[in-house]
Design a protein around this ligand. Structure first.
Ligand code: URA
Length: 209
């Protein structure tokens, strides 16, 4: 079973409070989401493997570590996932960035992929799928399906806020995928919004409310 990591660092919790507030405008919302994403990147990369290297300092030879293997791939789910990318890139500037676009079929209510462009050699990279609001879990499961179908084997899911139903759905569809969230909320309302959540993340990020 994929593990659920609730990143309850005080800085993350403090910033999340203002992200949630309906008084927070677009500019500040965007800034805070980037800051939380940057802090979450620190935790989500905690288990990256290191390899030995040496560098010459001005004083002598230092035996050091660098991250092993190919650079990470970040895969935001359009469009709200875009809001977390720059914050993660501030920590991991060499990461590659793919994109996945999904829409909900009005008849079946199932997510349908309309766009997917991933970095090369995705099978050799740690892949972080970014979907800020893990509500029913439908889009996150579809996004993880999409990256796995294209060869990804080491996948993590990064969200801002999750509902318990979304966590369960991802865990049962993708038991190998660890989930990283800043908070797990009470549940979903009749419109599929997380309660209390923060509203529509995409609209609040892009000012399209
Ligand atoms: N998507 C959002 O943007 N917000 C929710 O609460 C659920 C899905």
């Amino acid at each position: 079973m994929g593990r659920l990591h609730v990143l309850d660092h005080p800085l993350i919790q403090h910033k999340l409070t203002y992200i949630r507030s309906k008084e927070t405008g677009t500019k500040e919302f965007r800034q805070l989401v980037q800051e939380v994403a940057m802090l979450m990147a620190y935790e989500i990369t905690r288990d990256l493997p290191l390899t030995d290297t040496t560098v010459e300092t001005p004083v002598g030879l230092a035996h050091c570590k660098v991250i092993e293997g190919k650079t990470l791939a970040l895969v935001p789910v359009l469009r709200a996932g875009l809001g977390m990318v720059d914050g993660i890139l501030a920590m991991i500037p060499n990461a590659k960035v793919g994109h996945i676009g999904l829409y909900r079929d009005p008849e079946t209510l199932q997510p349908v992929e309309y766009y997917c462009k991933l970095p090369p050699n995705v099978e050799e990279r740690d892949v972080i799928v970014i979907d800020p609001m893990l509500a029913t879990g439908g889009s996150a499961v579809a996004a993880i399906d999409a990256v796995k179908e294209r060869g990804a084997t080491a996948v993590k899911l990064m969200c801002l806020v999750a509902a318990p139903a979304g966590v369960q759905r991802v865990q049962s569809a993708h038991p190998d995928v660890d989930i990283y969230v800043a908070a797990v909320d009470d549940g979903l309302n009749d419109h599929g919004y997380i309660v209390p959540g923060l509203g529509d993340a995409g609209d609040r990020l892009f000012g399209t409310r």
